[in-house]
Design a protein around this ligand. Sequence first.
Ligand code: TYD
Length: 206
Amino acid sequence: MFITFEGGEGSGKSTAIHRLEQSLKALGKKVIITREPGGTPIGEEIREVILNKANTNMDPWTEALLYAASRRQHVIEKIRPALKEGTIVISDRYLDSSLAYQGGARGLGVDEVLALNQFAIDGLYPDLTIFFDIAPKEGLSRISKNAEREVNRLDLENMSFHEKVRASFLELKKRFPERIHIIDASLSPDEVFEEIRNLIPDLLRK
Ligand code: TYD
């Protein structure tokens, strides 16, 4: 089982991922948590380049290619081998982030960015994608209250960029209706977790 979590800045997905990991481990299930960009040593180095606030002149296609390069390494080195041995893989962001941020918000085109990512994902779509939907304004105000979270290059985009990201995720739901599930991330952490529980009842049983 390969589950990805998606959502705008400050949507609370990290909290939910952590909780899901604890619940699965308590049931004795093998699970790994990983993230994008990153997830492997090479991917983490690529992450540094992409999110570095000093890289203000990065071309949008360079950005899309770097995310895809990080993803390719992630799939080959970590995700696929783990799935092969029966481990549940949960990734904080994956393919749909590229489709929404680079394809939609940056304007490169969802079809174009999906085509580029075929080389990266090598046929590996998630079994389930949970999108944490929240108004960008609310999400960003949550981040600014969280002093531990470092502000990155993408956070510095303006509000209309984040609105476009959200709209793109909602469009992606139409394209992949079976795979993508939307959760109202303005709900309390308990309510959000209850919704996740309802999406994967079998996984959360002994
Ligand atoms: P991160 O600090 O991991 O953000 P968050 O805590 O919000 O998940 O930074 C990742 C940033 O990269 C985030 O702003 C979303 C962006 N991103 C893309 O634009 N395209 C992608 O393919 C991925 C994986 C992330």
